[in-house]
Design a protein around this ligand. Structure first.
Ligand SMILES: [Zn+2]
Ligand SMILES: [Zn+2]
Length: 262
């Protein structure tokens, strides 16, 4: 699976033209990905610097990039997010720093700006082998082994027959790392009773399904790369927005909202 900033941006463009129903979401997400790629490239090409993993220290280099992201969102974002970006552009550096540190130490998927901004940083941390410090987050099989974040999407792919997870991986909502996770198990509460786990698919997306758990009321979407190998899970997950609407109507809560708020 090819998964880079460029492949994600390209896939968002392709799906935006193929999927009329989620065209606006994907255009916004594509623009957001471009702004995130800029942050990532800035970090990657900053000379004589590597991230320490201590957010307070690393923000000295990172935070000057935040206004760029906010200005982009102000222009391309839906009304509500756009006006929130405008308000944040008026905030003091200290307030913004606090927002970022708060998210880093206790992430919530409703903290859209901090999540969008710190995602490229978290990826760069992982790629450079720095250890995220002082996060005190709950670890577990259903949390990213690198940064302890929740999973954004589940994927199925062909692996060696010996693989214990049966080819299932969870993809981290923050650093995008993929780690193996047992197949018919709820990624939120570890329910294993197949009668408690329901699947929902729509004919428009035969390779994507909702995996919903009746024990804890949570769901995650799963992208089956064995059925459609050209999918880029993070982006195809967004394109299948209709499935989120279905799950919400049924009263399920997503384990982790994506960056378009679904
Ligand atoms: Zn992670
Ligand atoms: Zn559950």
């Amino acid at each position: 699976m090819k998964d880079t900033w460029d492949s994600r941006i390209q896939r968002a463009g392709e799906l935006a033209s193929e999927r009329i129903e989620s065209n606006e979401l994907l255009k916004f997400y594509g623009g957001l990905l471009c702004a995130q790629r800029e942050i990532y490239e800035y970090l990657r090409t900053t000379k004589n610097w590597l991230p320490s993993g201590e957010i307070e220290r690393d923000l000295q280099i990172l935070q000057p990039m935040l206004p760029n992201l906010l200005r982009t969102i102000e222009v391309i974002g839906p009304d509500l997010i756009g006006s929130q970006a405008t308000a944040l552009l008026q905030s003091s550096e200290n307030e913004l720093q606090e927002m970022l540190i708060d998210y880093w130490k206790a992430p919530l998927d409703t903290q859209f700006f901090a999540k969008a901004f710190l995602q490229p940083y978290a990826i760069w941390l992982r790629e450079t082998g720095a250890v995220p410090a002082a996060r005190n987050l709950q670890a577990g099989e259903n949390r990213c082994p690198f940064c302890c974040s929740k999973p954004q999407v589940s994927i199925l792919q062909i692996k060696e027959a010996s693989s214990e997870s049966g080819g299932r991986d969870l993809v981290c909502a923050l650093c995008l790392w993929a780690w193996p996770f047992r197949r018919v198990v709820c990624a939120n509460c570890f329910e294993e009773n197949p009668a408690k786990i329901g699947y929902y698919q729509s004919p428009e997306f035969e390779y994507i399904r909702v995996e919903a758990c009746d024990t804890c009321g949570h769901y995650i979407k799963s992208v089956d790369l064995t059925r459609y190998g050209l999918a880029v899970p993070l982006i195809d997950e967004v394109a299948a927005a209709a499935l989120d609407l279905w799950a919400r109507e049924k009263g399920y809560t997503k384990i982790e909202m994506n960056l378009v708020g679904l």
